[in-house]
Write a protein that binds this ligand. Sequence first.
Ligand code: PMP
Length: 361
Amino acid sequence: MTEKRVYNFSAGPSMLPLPVLEAARDQMMNYEGSGMSVMEMSHRSAVYQKIFDETKADLKELLNVPDNYDILLLHGGATQQFGTIALNLCEKGRADYVVTGVFSGKAATEAAKFTDVHIAYTGKEGGFKHIPTQDELDIRDDIDYVHICNNNTVMGTEYNYVPDTKGAVLVADMSSDILSRPIDVSKYGIIYAGAQKNMGIAGLGVVIIRKDLIKPHKENIQVLSEYDTMAKAGSMYNTPPAYAIYVLGLMLKWVKSMGGVDVMYERSKKKAAMLYDYLDHQDFYIPHADKDSRSNMNVTFTTPNKDLDAKFVKESIAAGMTNLKGHRAVGGIRASIYNAMPIEGVEYLLDFMKKFAEENK
Ligand code: PMP
């Protein structure tokens, strides 16, 4: 069956490394002699607890998470955290949001239900092609936190610096670039991510939180959104997204086997540079993101017109690639090249792009 697999450029859920799928397949019916699938296990069993603990330990190791941070493995992907963060962190009742695309906009809208949100920057007028510089950020004094989205999945833009928040807690959505680059966790109060890109499958939200930000129990927050209760229960107040956590564990072991986050970073830079170098030396395709704001994970561009965009997508499917159609907010083409995308997949896409440009000039 594996020979029929396509190069899947989906923004998420995304392709998984073959060794991860093979391990899941091999362990499907009988996980390490337990006589059952991970899908069938009690989350309170010793065998599952070992999977859970190893997963957390591997994430801590791979991202160098300091000891004064907790890792929570929660339900609801990244979106669940949009409101959860505001509910848990707001004491002054003021938070600043840097809006650089679809998901940071959604995060701000959700947070505004619970706290006073100030938009410290929005790239809307410029079509979200740009990551603001420090000077462009209008950050207020006396706020609970500043929220950024580190990599904008839809727009294909990514921060190449950590903003200075004038002392406020920095919260970052890293759904689409976590584990693709080294990060200094100590610069952030909270890092959160949905798992379905570099960390496995959908439904799981990973939250790395500085322990002092886990405030004592608040009565008016739904229990699954309350960091204090979830942290005290080791993320198992209720049944966690158990299988997604297991797949995260497989993904982390794969990243380790590949050499860790530094190796992922070198690979990601190399894959992205192959596409951007080509885009910068031709006159058929139009890259979307500004040069200094480009993402190593999501490469966005258009052909000269919408008909050719559609033709590109159609012919790419016939050539054995899938999910290259851009998000409706940007149009055109988006190639998501997360950790699991092999270099050969990018080479294959590049050859296709060159041929398509020649044929349609
Ligand atoms: N943030 C970013 C940057 C995303 O790319 C996504 C999903 N594509 C989300 C948040 C929302 O994640 P989820 O669907 O897991 O809630």
